[in-house]
Design a protein. Structure first.
Length: 64
């Protein structure tokens, strides 16, 4: 049996999760700001580390 994901089920789950997020964002604004700040710092830190320690781009030879 192949794996099947219902679009309606995905939409219902997405609506529930987004609704919970907005409820918590309205009810606990300081926690939402803390979450946003930590997420932003981790994203910026990850990008900076990936630029410095990422694999080098190989130069293209005469045969592409």
């Amino acid at each position: 049996m192949t794996y099947y994901t219902s679009r309606l089920g995905t939409l219902i789950l997405w609506i529930i999760l987004v609704s919970c997020f907005f409820f918590l964002a309205i009810d606990k604004p300081h926690a939402t700001m803390l979450w946003g700040a930590v997420t932003g710092m981790m994203l910026i830190g990850g990008i900076l580390v990936a630029r410095k320690r990422g694999p080098e781009i190989k130069e293209l030879g005469p045969y592409r």
